[in-house]
Design a protein around this ligand. Sequence first.
Ligand code: AMP
Ligand code: MG
Length: 338
Amino acid sequence: MRRAFLRRAAALVILIAVLALPACAGREPLRATFTAMDTVMTFTVYGKKASLENAESTVRALEKKLSVTDAGSEIYAINEHGGGYADSETLGLIRAALGFAERTGGALDITVYPAVRAWGFTTGEYRVPSDEELSALLEKVDWTGVMTDSGGCKLRQGMMLDLGAVAKGYASDRLRAQLEDEGVESAILNLGGNVMCVGKKPDGSDWSVAITDPEGGEYACVIKVGDAAVVTSGGYQRFFEQDGVIYRHIIDPATGRPVDNGLASVTVIAQSGLTADALSTALYVMGLEKAIEFWRASDDFEAVFITEDGRLIATEGIAPVLSVRGRFRGTEPEIVKK
Ligand code: AMP
Ligand code: MG
């Protein structure tokens, strides 16, 4: 299982191999870069131009439905009215996210939005809320307060949903299915830190996906995977500084405060983009020790952790296909075993 998984697995942001790839007998890579879901996306598809265009349209349609800030979205209307209509796809995603909330002991919580908003992470108007404000907001953060039925969902008083921690991963799963339906066997989609490797490279080899060094500069490492999602969550992706303190965009639902546990980033490699997205956020909230325990009790993902004090730790299923780069060159990654 692990070997099969490894063969399918792949990692983050830069598509070194794609860029370096020679054109394959009439199969030039088609590439599009655009902004959607509040991030820059780059899709590389070996196939027809229509497939690339359809992929972009699908992401935009999903964004319209799922955005927390777009006044026309289903999620916006649900937040405005304490509940309401959600189509079967949105409902499925809400239910799946609630499942991950349960599985992760609430580390992933799609009702954390009132706290995310209070810190200014959705508006860019950053501020540090008072203790009183946060404890009042925390009463509205509780994923068990979301009820769903076939027509939509209902939220407990004052609660709001934010699918930002799972939407890109879900979108990547939909895109893979759509591309496969269209006969595309080889594509790599980078949805701003969420990478989906569809199949293998046209020459049959695995994709190389580089994992960003949270400190900047050269990449921290590269992993080689095929047909897998590689998703990174990290405080470096969005933060602000006030009075010498850095506040990061992932919030611990237990405190309403930005996570500050010594982890700089967590990368999750899984067959499902949704799983990788949900769990990379949740594992970042858990912190290294709990995250490793969680991995030991799971069999659907591998992970790479980078700590603020400069450790690079890989689970044993991904370690064999990981090679260090940048400031980690010349060191061995720490390997965690089951
Ligand atoms: P990601 O980049 O997938 O780790 O998701 C981070 C985004 O999800 C943040 O920018 C917030 O909008 C939202 N978020 C922050 N903390 C949490 C959390 N603990 N659970 C769910 N969503 C969160
Ligand atoms: Mg996520």
